[in-house]
Design a protein. Structure first.
Length: 94
């Protein structure tokens, strides 16, 4: 299990108060297609845990969820890790 935590900011480096949707795509522990919605605090901070597996991460922007990125969490994924680093270094092709 890893912890994903940090502060989400927009392109102007301002904190984003939004939702992060995490959908299990393939995981030994999670139910396939199970979703969790994580809300950022007013200052943009967030923190949630992920088990090993494949997930889709979507951000709620402009009144809809973005086209998500698929990521793989495995025993080599560092913890804690921020969302940006996770998306940059652990994107997988599904």
């Amino acid at each position: 299990m890893i912890t994903v935590s940090g502060i989400l900011v927009n392109p102007f480096n301002e904190p984003m108060q939004t939702s992060i949707r995490v959908t299990a795509v393939n995981s030994n522990i999670s139910i396939l297609s199970a979703e969790a919605i994580e809300k950022t605090a007013a200052n943009g901070s967030y923190s949630f845990n992920l088990v090993e597996g494949d997930f889709r991460i979507d951000l709620f922007v402009d009144d809809e969820y973005s086209k998500g990125e698929y990521i793989t969490v495995d025993n080599l994924t560092p913890t804690p890790i921020d969302l940006g680093t996770l998306l940059e270094n652990h994107v997988t092709i599904i």
